[in-house]
Ligand binder design. Structure first.
Ligand code: PEP
Ligand code: MG
Length: 556
């Protein structure tokens, strides 16, 4: 009999197929003792396994490219950490097998990370994945991860490590469902980049029996277990209609009555550019430059390396707009050379612009690299700072840009509620605002974006978040300046209409979402979007806001 489960839809589309579970079992090798004369051989085996796993992660990264590559390379570095290797050697020297030594050393490292605060939850999942890979290799058993199957399937996992998400084959993996993870977690962002329908934060997904037929709606977050023929037909029809609407839509983003809303792409580096160009992005609305820094957390990339990467992205949009965000390190993206090691609560500590103001030389180099990269190109370069709290922050950033002689527009991200509340004051210093709704939700609701248990509060349909968007957009309008959205909220087609109705002037998202947003926006007039926005803001919950906006737009 058909039953319905509800999680959080994070990547659009419909997938109907049989359940296959991810091989996530933690392999615990037996704790047996080895004779002293075997220690050297075991140490060699451990080293070989670590090198092989690191090389495999790097190879997967090269294949995947973009943000995924940076994440996988960071994972490879975790595996090769010299202190970790010394710990493994020490454990083998006192009688551990190679597999047990790796298992125990990584368990100790894990405890250290987990104890350093909740913000490291995402890193702990990455570390578990590294441990499983090395131990599986040493035991000679299949690697944990995506199941081997020739038939397409819906993948179920507790959480997906970036290494697996990056390599999901869209031809085989029809969609995926996870028990953990929030809408703005790494896995969700990568799923959208791949264009695979996905639902996260669905407790109990792990209990679905292997081979069960399910239908996944990545927009609503609904899972239909053993769907009726009628339900399948209905979902397939809806998916086909969407596809037809998508292929019919092209050109710049606009409402049906011609109100222009540029649709821009979020990129992590040059590797993400082709997908953005294919999707018809009118430029880049968020270039997450920290992904260029993550592969070596000990030092910043040289100015030359930065110039090269920035230029590749700028060249791809000759007449378009490219908004580059300066380095956003800290919290879930710590960098050794910038991020204090001993913060009690790093999401509330020295991160984003705060780190850069403490390390002006890093900001200076980045701005100078950007200036050189843009030289001679007709591109409209815009540069913005993450985590701007107030006018003092905005002024410090604008001053740094001016001192670097940067020919660009300077902007501030609105990610902290104080910035939305005092947007007019911030706009005295900068020329545009860009709403980072992922962090804005995190800070408005005091809900860590890495934690699945609080995903209800990260829902960008929350009316309180919409109020802050409205405040920012109204402030920008009053100052005659622009206010875009570059957080994941912009990738929800219905919400994109509401954001437009709230006065947002551009929308930036993962390339795979652009056709969906373009097609939906083109169906409604600006006045309809404004009415939908008012109805959403008049609601009390995210659920009601979504239903109210939908009702207005479908003319109910
Ligand atoms: C945001 O916070 O909404 C944002 C766009 O930045 P990031 O997701 O990289 O923190
Ligand atoms: Mg952010």
């Amino acid at each position: 009999m058909e039953t319905t489960l509800r999680g959080v839809g994070v990547s659009h589309g419909v997938a109907i197929g049989e359940v296959r579970h991810m091989g996530t079992a933690v392999l615990e090798p037996p704790a047996k003792q080895i004779p002293a004369q075997d220690a050297e051989r075991e140490q060699g085996r451990a080293r070989q396994a670590v090198e092989a796993v690191a090389a495999d992660l790097i190879a997967r990264g090269n294949l995947a490219g973009g943000e995924a590559q940076a994440v996988l390379e960071a994972q490879a570095m975790m595996a090769q950490d010299p202190e970790l290797m010394s710990d493994v050697d020490r454990r083998i020297a006192v009688g551990s097998t190679a597999e047990r030594a790796v298992y125990d050393a990584l368990a100790a490292y894990r405890a250290l990370l987990a104890g350093a605060g909740e913000y490291l939850a995402g890193r702990v999942a990455d570390l578990d994945d590294v441990r499983n890979r090395i131990v599986a290799r040493l035991l000679g058993v299949p690697m944990p991860g995506v199941p081997d199957s020739d038939e397409p399937y819906v993948l179920i996992a507790r959480d997906l490590a970036p290494a697996d998400t990056a390599l999901l084959d869209p031809a085989l993996v029809l969609g995926f469902v996870t028990e953990e993870g929030g809408p703005t977690s790494h896995s969700a962002i990568l799923a959208r980049a791949l264009g695979v329908p996905a639902v996260v934060a669905l407790p109990g997904a792990g209990e679905l029996a292997e081979g069960t037929l399910i239908a996944v709606d990545g927009s609503t977050g609904e899972i239909f277990v053993e769907p009726s023929d009628e339900k399948r037909a209905q979902m397939e029809r809806a998916a086909a209609e969407r596809k037809a609407a998508l292929s019919a839509s092209s050109g710049p983003g606009a409402t049906s009555d011609g109100h222009k809303v540029p649709l821009l792409a979020n990129v992590g580096g040059p590797a993400d550019v082709p997908a953005a160009v294919d999707a018809g992005a009118e430029g880049v609305g968020l270039f997450r430059t920290e992904f260029l820094f993550l592969d070596d957390s000990k030092q910043a990339p040289s100015e030359e390396k930065q110039v090269e990467a920035y230029r590749k992205v700028l060249e791809a949009f000759p007449e378009g707009r490219v908004v580059v965000r300066v380095l956003d390190a800290g919290a879930d993206k710590p960098l050794d050379f910038l991020t204090p090691a001993d913060e009690p609560n790093p999401a509330l500590g020295v991160r984003g612009l705060r780190s850069l103001l403490d390390h002006p030389e890093v900001l200076r180099t980045q701005l100078s690299a950007l200036s050189k990269a843009a030289q001679g190109l007709p591109v409209h370069l815009e540069v913005m700072a993450p985590m701007v709290a107030d006018r003092t922050d905005a002024k410090a950033f604008a001053d740094a840009c001016r001192q670097a002689g940067l020919q660009a527009k300077f902007g501030a991200m609105v990610e902290i509620p104080s910035a939305a509340l005092r947007a007019r004051s911030i706009l005295q210093e900068v020329e545009f605002l860009s709403l980072g709704t992922n962090d804005l939700a995190q800070y408005t609701f005091a809900a860590d974006r890495q934690v699945g248990a609080v995903s209800r509060l990260q829902d960008p349909w929350q009316p309180a978040l919409l109020d802050l968007v409205a405040l920012s957009a109204e402030a920008a309008k009053a100052e005659g300046k622009s206010c875009g959205v570059c957080g994941e909220a912009a990738s929800d087609p219905l919400l994109a209409c509401v954001l437009t109705g709230l006065g947002v002037t551009s929308l930036s998202m993962g390339a795979a979402s652009i056709p969906y947003v373009r097609a939906t926006l083109a169906k409604y007039t600006l006045a309809q979007c404004e009415r939908a926005a008012a109805a959403a803001r008049a609601s009390d919950t995210a659920e009601e806001a979504r239903t109210a906006a939908q009702a207005v737009l479908s003319g109910e």
